[in-house]
Design a protein around this ligand. Structure first.
Ligand code: Q9C
Ligand code: ZN
Length: 686
């Protein structure tokens, strides 16, 4: 069967034709330039030409009425012919809304653009895509416009996908900085739509000032457990806070939910420099968020623009999203990887509130924190200042908002130059032992060694004089070196090498990495293998996933041993990957990853592919996979994961065994001081 490929981009100039006609400081940030500058920047990075252009259309009345009342539709329709005076009067009936004579037309196009995207993705014409629309949608309600939103584009799209295609599970991820209360209201009692939103909340002091935006709004009736609110009680949340919320809240629940389609309420007012959000996430953060979502729902991700009011931050973040949808390797995420106390507190609260509804949270301690004393709060804050430097909100002292905005402009200008890198022309290289199997791989490059035999022998004998005499070992080292060399020289992004002596090959490869000048290599070993490595200097972080208890526990913080026995037929390794391996890896920030699959592996093919897929957010996606067994099914599956030709189907979910969960819990407690992204509870802060 042919896998859908390609990324849709939906945009039409006409959606820039509505704008604010009078003075209103509440609404003056929602401008046509939001779309224009995003599209310009996409052109600048040559992303537009790489996407499949899908035309917009108007949403029909019937489609709009999947969410809105006919009375409200008539009100919006009536604004087409109004004069300014009348437009002002209608606008005043709603909170933070303006109407323009073209608003109705634009709002219908915004709905239609969103539905065109959904049609393209579900029909398999494209794999994923983005719709750049105005006006935004997520605040609008059955009978009301609200917060610049007229028709609820994403909510309509979810209803449409259910009706037209019979979808049974849709995930809506709302990463806009505001709570999409409009979406929450539509699906509150609906277990077929899982709604996730994080938002600036500040204990209900931030707009829209609603009690029901807090973490304890979990859904109602049959929909209990299908509404996930992560309220941010402080401004200044950044990359590590957002990633922590993904690792510890959204992703475990989403993997358990098994969505068939993902709609993203893709607002970028949660990004750095935004005047509304006052948060600190840099554009590449959105690449990482997008990448994680692409591992679900067979990669069917539809991103639909909501907010985002700092033009430079908005447009760079839009580009990061589209670039990732196109499957480019990811830029390394910047900043210290440690969520702040307030973020961890919110995360703990949502996890506790959702414990009754999700198996992945069933062993959670049921302690929401709202009753923490001020005293211990203050103690924890003091502790926090010592343990993690966290960007605080920029309180503009003696500066105007526009000074702040220009500062962010300059910051982003140089930041993007630093993080963007030339993308290798080929993504995946492979060196496999039996050439006959090469055609079974979903990739075209079978790597040939560039180094001649003599050079190789010199290199190997410097490493181990005995090895040179062994034909088979030599071939293995050659395989590994050939692929590694291509990765280090950035001719490919990642690769796979078969080796009959994985342990020696890995030691050899690591040495080669440091000779090349790498600072940090994350080495994940699956199976039983003894690697003789010097782990004191922190240049290697060795994580061993094996079945048998490691007898002598090393005391190096750079050696982590995870005992994991995958129960037959159970698909539950993702709780280890999300709750443990990824947080540690993101805390470490490697320059390269080596995954070694040795003998007696305790993980199945699916689990290994999952690991390979999810780790691609790190080290600019540079991964070398060394496989000892010549097991073509495993090689094929890993090659697929690396090249991203298809998102592996991880199968139906089953909860992890109690032993496995406790193993993770224990390791988390033990290691969260060192690897701070592991934090999802504040108990050890007290
Ligand atoms: N004094 C979106 O981002 N601000 N809408 C109201 C009240 C309204 C944001 C301030 C912000 C609406 C799609
Ligand atoms: Zn917003």
């Amino acid at each position: 069967f042919a896998m859908a490929s390609g990324t849709a981009l939906i945009y039409d100039d006409e959606m820039t034709s509505c704008k604010l006609l009078w003075d209103d400081p509440e609404c003056d940030i929602e401008v046509p330039e939001r779309l224009l500058s995003s599209y310009e920047q996409l052109k600048h990075y040559h992303l537009v030409e790489r996407c499949i252009h899908v035309p917009v259309r108007e949403g029909t009345e019937e489609e709009i009425m999947l969410v809105h009342s006919s009375e409200y539709l008539e009100v919006v329709k009536s604004t087409q012919t109004m004069n300014e005076e009348e437009l002002r009067r209608v606008s005043e009936n709603y909170d933070a809304v303006y109407f323009h004579p073209n608003t109705y037309r634009c709002a219908k196009l915004a709905v239609g653009a969103t539905l065109q995207l959904v049609d393209s993705v579900i029909s398999g014409k494209v794999h994923n895509g983005m719709a750049l629309v105005r006006p935004p949608g997520h605040h609008s309600q059955r009978n009301a416009a609200n917060g610049f939103c007229v028709f609820n584009n994403v909510a309509i799209a979810a209803q449409y996908a259910k009706r037209r295609y019979g979808l049974q599970r849709i995930l809506i991820v709302d990463w806009d900085v505001h709570h999409g209360q409009g979406i929450q209201y539509v699906f509150e009692e609906d277990p077929s739509v899982l709604y996730y939103s994080w938002h600036r909340y500040e204990h209900q002091q931030f707009w829209p000032l609603l009690r029901e935006s807090d973490y304890d709004a979990v859904g109602q009736g049959k929909g209990k457990g299908f509404n996930l609110n992560v309220p941010w009680n402080k401004v200044g949340m950044g990359n590590s806070d957002y990633l922590a919320a993904f690792f510890h809240v959204l992703l475990p629940v989403a993997f358990e939910f098994v969505p068939e389609l993902i709609l993203v309420s893709s607002g970028y007012d949660s990004g750095i420099g935004d005047p509304e959000g006052q948060m600190n996430a840099t554009p590449e953060c959105f690449a990482h968020l997008t990448h994680f979502l692409m591992q679900l729902a067979n990669g069917r991700v539809c991103a639909v623009l909501e907010g985002g009011y700092h033009l430079k931050s908005l447009s760079e973040s839009v580009c990061m999203t589209v670039k990732t949808l196109l499957r480019d390797p990811l830029p390394q995420i910047s900043g210290e990887m440690a969520p702040c106390l307030s973020a961890v507190e919110s995360i703990q609260n949502v996890r506790a509130a959702h414990k009754p509804y999700w198996k992945c949270l069933m062993y959670e301690e049921a302690t929401p924190l709202h009753n923490l004393s001020t005293k211990s709060q203050q103690m924890m804050e003091a502790e926090l200042i010592q343990t993690s430097t966290h960007p605080t909100a920029k309180q503009a002292v003696g500066t105007t908002n526009s000074d702040e905005a220009i500062k962010t402009d300059r910051f982003l200008e140089s930041h993007m130059k630093k993080i963007l890198f030339p993308v290798p022309p080929v993504k995946t290289a492979a060196a496999i032992v039996s050439k006959a199997d090469a055609h079974l791989l979903p990739i075209s490059v079978q790597v040939e060694m560039e180094m001649n035999a003599q050079e190789l022998k010199t290199l190997v004998s410097a490493f181990d004089a005995e090895l040179v005499k062994e034909e088979k070992a030599l071939l293995s080292l050659q395989n590994v070196l050939a692929v590694l060399d291509k990765i280090l020289k950035k001719k490919v992004c990642n690769g796979i090498a078969e080796s009959s002596v994985a342990s020696v090959s890995t030691t050899f490869a690591l040495k080669h990495c440091f000779d090349f000048g790498l600072q940090r290599v994350l080495c994940i070993v699956v199976g039983d293998m003894d690697l003789e490595l010097d782990l004191d200097d922190g240049k290697i972080l060795l994580m061993n996933i094996c079945q048998k208890q490691q007898t002598e526990k090393t005391n190096s913080k750079y050696h982590i041993s995870l005992n994991w026995k995958e129960d037959a037929g159970r698909n539950n390794f993702f709780c280890a990957v999300l709750g443990f391996i990824l947080p540690v890896a993101y805390s470490y920030q490697p320059d390269l990853m080596i995954i070694v699959i040795g003998p007696n592996r305790s993980l199945g093919v699916n689990a290994i592919s999952l690991l390979t897929c999810l780790l691609q957010g790190l080290a600019e996606s540079r991964i070398l996979v060394v496989i000892q067994d010549t097991e073509i099914k495993l090689v094929q599956s890993v090659a697929k994961a690396l090249s991203g030709v298809s998102t592996p189907d991880f199968g139906a979910y089953a909860p992890a065994s109690q032993e496995n969960v406790f193993e993770i819990k224990q390791l988390k407690d033990q290691l969260q001081q060192e690897w701070k992204m592991l934090r999802c509870s504040v108990k050890d802060w007290i």
